[in-house]
Design a protein. Structure first.
Length: 754
């Protein structure tokens, strides 16, 4: 509707008035201006008209935005639609999810067409891969039926157009593929027919006694005619010849295969064609065919003459096949002269290798047996030595023949002792089993065997690793609350403690030397007192010892003897030891007195009667200490029986070497004595007069050198007594050599072994 505010009423515009010049000559003045009316109404009409146009343009722009497929809302909806399935898209169109917008509806129909393309292609591919009959099927009709069915199922022209565009050349591609397969099948049938004809030709020729070359010539001639009458290409001809050659190779017909691939060929016009073996790209195939034919021929021959070839191969492998064995095989045709010569040579080589191997094995066996015999003899001698008191001092490294026969190998002292210990442990276990079999209870059998075990280990100053772990590990098992509850942990602790009592009863010094853990030592000492002094049963003794161990130190010290009583007892024990001849030249006021006093104080803390303290201190002095140059030294049964004379002899030699450097000119060799080092195995040299340690130590190697020197001296004396001057010279040279190599390991065998 036109007009003002769409009312249809128009306002006539003002008529313009032309300006005229005044009629008075030579006067330039204009007429007075005319005043027109209705100007406001025209201005208002013009403004309202412009507003109406703006409103119309706004409405058009808004509608364009809503219909624009590039708008944000439409893009988001289309993105979601692309992720929908075909069924979901159809449901969205049916349920009005497109919101009445044309762009969304068109997009949904396009997507339906695209998804129909995917479904159609999948159905076509599946059908032609599985269900289509390539022999008699109509590919064009089948594929058109599938495409038409899917197209008719689409709702709009838009979706069908998208479907048609999406299918593109897919239809023609499958039709071309079907045609290609049918052509290929036809060629296969033709080739199969040709190969069948070749096979018939070969059968007829061989039945008539034709040679392999003549038979192959017939096949190649027929192949040339196939190019003329069947229109085969050169490649197709080659493939048919290779196919029949493959059959011959599988049969093991080497001559026929050779004639087929290397025979001369003629073309349809009589021209010469290269043999198959000379054609690039085929020569490698012909080579493989020849290999297959030869291998198959060998298999056939071996199968038909299995027994003959089996015996042949066995004899060749054993090295017993000779020319005499080959002659009958050559006569039968089972073996060629060349093959027989090769077999004889291989047999000779195998026989030589077997003889060399047998000789080497026999030699190695001899070395191994010699090594085992010598090692067994060494271990047996060591076992005998360990059964004698302090026999361990006679055991040293021994050289035996090596298992390879190249020189000798060393059986170390540790290896010898470990093996002897293992044999001793087995003997003890056998003894225990025999005692139990004879009616002895297990507890009594254990006590008897453990007594023998203690004697063996203590006499040779050997460590029992099992006891070490048990006795030192008891410290973690004796919490008072755990023992009070009883059960398996409490019983295990009691068993270990009772075993310790058995070891201690057999050799107190050795038992004390095994226990190195302070907490374990304190518990076991307390347990021993509760069992042997207080006479408590094992379970109560274990709890009492655990409670004692758990007491604070200030409570334990409450039971110590008075200082004057302790000092008096220490002096009395030391003097009794001198009077009894246990030790000689013992300084009662020095380090010896302090050592005895320390032991008395330790026992007094256990709340023992004074008589028991004195008795145990005296026993400890006898079993766990020794004296060197009049000074006591704790040994805990870990020093050899000849320690005292060897140590004093070494100190005498050392004194002469160092007396000037250490300013000991006014003293004698008895001024030196020994103190064990914390790590064990060596002893620090001290001076009585200076009351300080000197910068010297004595080791077990020093003692071993002293033993060897004593042996050499006894041997020299024996040789001198027999008047054997040569033996004396040899002994003197050996002694000098030993002195020069004093710091080297002694590698000679046992004295008794030599």
């Amino acid at each position: 509707m036109a007009g003002l505010f769409g009312s249809g009423k128009n306002i006539a515009p003002a008529t313009p008035v032309k300006v005229q010049v005044s009629p008075t000559p030579q006067q330039a003045a204009l007429r007075p201006p005319q005043q027109d009316t209705g100007g406001n109404a025209k201005a208002l009409a013009s403004a309202l008209g412009s507003l109406n146009g703006s409103l119309r343009r706004y409405a058009e722009v808004d509608l364009a935005i809503k219909e624009n497929p590039e708008s944000l809302a439409n893009r988001e909806w289309i993105a979601r639609a692309q992720q929908m399935s075909k069924e979901e898209l159809e449901a969205a169109l049916h349920n009005g999810e497109t919101d009445g917008r044309r762009v969304r509806e068109d997009a949904a129909h396009l997507l339906l067409g695209e998804k129909a393309v995917s479904d159609t292609r999948a159905e076509i591919a599946e059908y032609f891969n599985t269900g289509f009959d390539y022999q008699s099927g109509d590919a064009q009709a089948e594929i058109d039926e599938i495409i038409t069915r899917h197209a008719q199922a689409l709702p709009t022209d838009i979706s069908r157009a998208a479907f048609t565009r999406g299918m593109g050349t897919f239809r023609q591609g499958w039709l071309d593929k079907v045609t290609e397969i049918k052509v290929s099948d036809a060629k296969v049938k033709v080739n199969s027919a040709i190969v069948d004809s070749f096979r018939n030709t070969i059968d007829d020729a061989q039945a008539n006694g034709r040679t392999a070359a003549e038979t192959a010539a017939l096949v190649l001639e027929r192949s040339a005619s196939n190019r003329t009458f069947l229109g085969l290409s050169g490649q197709e001809q080659n493939e048919t010849i290779l196919a029949i050659a493959q059959e011959a190779a599988n049969r093991g017909d080497v001559d026929l295969v050779d004639a087929l691939v290397n025979g001369e060929r003629k073309g349809a016009g009589g021209e010469t064609i290269p043999a198959l073996s000379r054609i690039a790209g085929i020569s490698d195939k012909t080579t493989r065919l020849m290999d297959v034919a030869r291998n198959r021929q060998t298999e056939v021959l071996e199968r038909e003459n299995f027994a003959i070839y089996d015996g042949l191969n066995r004899k060749v492998a054993d090295g017993t096949f000779t020319q005499a064995d080959a002659e009958p095989l050559i006569a039968k045709g089972a073996l060629s002269a060349k093959g027989a010569a090769t077999a004889v040579r291989q047999s000779d080589a195998n026989r030589a290798q077997a003889q060399a191997r047998a000789a080497r094995e026999q030699q190695e066996l001899g070395y191994k047996q010699a090594n085992e015999r010598q090692t067994a003899a060494v271990v047996a001698a060591a076992t005998h030595e360990l059964e004698t008191y302090a026999g361990v001092t006679n055991i040293r490294d021994v050289e035996v023949v090596s298992k390879s026969g190249e020189g000798t190998t060393t059986v170390s002292k540790k290896q010898i002792i470990d093996t002897a210990i293992a044999r001793k442990e087995q003997a003890l276990q056998d003894k225990r089993a025999m005692l139990i079999q004879e009616g002895t209870s297990e507890a009594d059998a254990d006590r008897i065997v453990n007594r023998d075990r203690v004697s063996f280990y203590a006499a040779n100053a050997l460590d029992n690793s099992a006891w070490q772990m048990q006795f030192n590990g008891i410290a973690a098992m004796v919490a008072p609350d755990a023992l009070a509850k009883g059960g398996a942990p409490s019983q295990q602790a009691q068993d270990v403690a009772e075993l310790y009592l058995q070891v201690r009863a057999a050799n107190p010094a050795y038992a004390e030397g095994i226990v190195s853990n302070p907490q374990a030592r304190e518990f076991l000492d307390a347990y021993e007192i509760e069992r042997n002094v207080t006479r408590l049963p094992p379970d109560r003794a274990a709890v009492a010892a655990s409670l004692w161990q758990a007491k604070p130190e200030h409570e334990k010290n409450r039971y110590r003897m008075k200082d004057e009583d302790r000092d008096k007892m220490s002096g009395q024990v030391l003097n009794d030891a001198l009077g009894g001849g246990w030790f000689t030249s013992v300084d009662t006021g020095g380090a010896n007195y302090a050592l005895v006093r320390s032991k008395v104080e330790q026992l007094s803390r256990m709340n023992l009667p004074e008589a028991v303290i004195k008795q145990r201190t005296e026993e400890w002095l006898k079993t766990s200490t020794t004296s060197v140059n009049g000074m006591l030294m704790v040994t805990n049964g870990r020093t050899p029986s000849d320690f005292k004379p060897l140590a004093e002899a070494r100190l005498a030699t050392l004194f002469e070497e160092v007396k000037e450097a250490e300013v000991l000119d006014d003293e004698d060799a008895s001024d030196l004595y020994l103190v064990p080092t914390p790590s064990g195995g060596s002893w620090t040299v001290w001076s009585k007069s200076r009351r300080v340690p000197l910068a010297y130590t004595i080791t077990e190697a020093d003692l071993e050198r002293g033993r060897q020197a004593a042996r050499d001296k006894r041997a020299a004396e024996g040789a001198a007594a027999s008047g054997d001057a040569a033996a004396i010279r040899r002994q003197e040279a050996d002694t000098q050599q030993r002195m020069r190599d004093a710091d080297a390991d002694i590698s000679a065998g046992f004295g008794f072994w030599q």
